[in-house]
Design a protein around this ligand. Structure first.
Ligand SMILES: *Cc1c(COP(=O)(O)O)cnc(C)c1O
Length: 401
């Protein structure tokens, strides 16, 4: 364990002085982690109840993924896609087997995979559906979160994400989340795709009405519109199934994954699609220097194997149902709603959630508010029932004090 040459106060001061001010983190300076636990520089131990926005579903520094990473680092890390490597086909095969999607295209950050989906959808719209080039429309939902690039924020309804960043990218059409009639009304002959989160994470763990995704699937099929799920946060076991959309009878044309795809070791994302959609890409159309690199692929392969072998989706379903039930026994006048699927749970308050998160930190539990009034509970999926009980006692204490 290396100790920092900076005191905790200096860490914060240097960050404030030399960094951009685009985050508002809790003042806990972490320098070590294992499984569900993280330690700060003073040696205090915390239960991580955010799991890096679901990027560490497998738990921090999972030994199996670490071994794959270190082993691969000692062999070859980057070839670029100018040449082939022996890890990428293994990842392709694993993604195909686990998701049932025909083919995939690897990228790095989630936002890049979303951009890839947008590009595929637009090109499919023009070249396959026959929409006049430049008039393709992509339907997205109110309160979505798909990332931070200029095109992605152009598809956002969140004023802060867009403010000052214009000119924005045209071609996005908004439909209210969860409202199938709004989706139907938004479809025009120029619509190439509907891109949606099966459960909205950043919006505060919002679950659409039952039947919405299946109805969207039928509608998209009827109107020759691609259905693309952004499962970057909701997928890979988080919601109690491998993918959150699997709670309904629907098959997407495209699927976007990231975050837990690398178990937190390294940015790895991918756009998965039907052969027909992916075939719009030809050499030179799209790419990424690091996308599909052997280090990322070896890590992602191990991360997916851990999700499967440790049955993390099943664990999430079982433990999440139990935890939700426990949370609903808490009596507090400030609780407006508790909702969730698997260990993807939002507790909505009638007042700002930040002070509660700070109080939970004092109790040894790291949570982060989302959208002002919601506390998100999303621990690594390797958590056990005992540790959830431990967490529950602290949550109850903070909410009822
Ligand atoms: C986090 C997230 C993204 C963006 O991923 P980055 O790796 O931060 O670019 C996109 N969509 C959803 C649903 C996310 O939760």
């Amino acid at each position: 364990m290396s100790s920092s040459p900076l005191s905790p106060a200096d860490c914060i001061a240097v960050e404030n002085e030399l960094g951009a001010n685009n985050y508002h983190p809790l003042d806990v300076i972490i320098n070590r982690a294992e499984g569900i636990w993280v330690w700060d520089v003073d040696g205090n131990k915390y239960l991580d109840f955010l799991a890096a926005y679901s990027a560490v579903n497998q738990g921090h520094c999972h030994p199996r993924i670490r071994e794959a990473a270190i082993g691969q680092m000692a062999r070859i890390t980057l070839t670029s896609r100018a040449f082939r490597n022996d890890q990428l086909p293994l990842l392709y095969r694993k993604l195909h087997e686990m998701s049932g999607m025909d083919v995939s295209l690897p990228m790095n950050s989630g936002a890049e995979a979303v951009e890839t989906a947008f590009k595929a959808a637009r090109k499919w719209g023009e070249k396959v559906k026959g929409i006049a080039g430049g008039s393709q429309e992509i339907i997205v939902c109110s309160d979505n979160f798909h990332g931070r690039t200029i095109s992605i924020i152009s598809a956002s309804t969140e004023e802060q994400y867009r403010d000052g960043f214009g000119p924005l990218t045209p071609g996005f059409v908004m439909a209210d989340y969860g409202d199938i009639e709004a989706l139907e009304a938004a479809i025009t002959p120029n619509t190439c795709a509907f891109v949606v989160e099966p459960i909205q994470g950043e919006a505060g763990i919002r679950i659409p009405p039952e039947g919405y995704l299946a109805a969207a699937g039928r509608l998209c099929r009827e109107r020759n519109v691609l259905l693309i799920f952004d499962e970057i946060q909701s997928g890979l076991g988080r919601c109690g199934k491998l993918f959150a959309y699997q709670y309904e009878d629907v098959v997407p044309d495209g699927l976007i994954v990231g975050k837990a795809l690398s178990g937190g070791f390294y940015p790895v994302s991918a756009f998965l699609a039907s052969r027909e959609v992916m075939d719009v890409f030809t050499p030179g159309d799209h790419g990424s220097t690091f996308g599909g690199n052997p280090l990322g692929c070896a890590i992602a392969l191990a991360a997916l194997e851990v999700i499967e072998e440790e049955r993390l989706a099943e664990r999430s379903a079982e433990l999440g149902a139990w935890f939700l039930e426990q949370l609903r026994t808490i009596e507090s006048p400030h609780i407006r709603e508790i909702r969730g699927r698997g260990l993807f749970i939002g507790l909505e308050l009638d007042e700002p959630a930040r002070p509660y998160c700070e109080a939970l930190q004092e109790e040894g539990l790291l949570c982060k508010e989302t959208h002002e009034n919601v506390i998100r509970f999303a621990p690594p999926l390797v958590i056990g029932r005992d540790d959830l009980e431990w967490a529950f006692e602290r949550i109850r204490k903070v909410l009822t004090d």
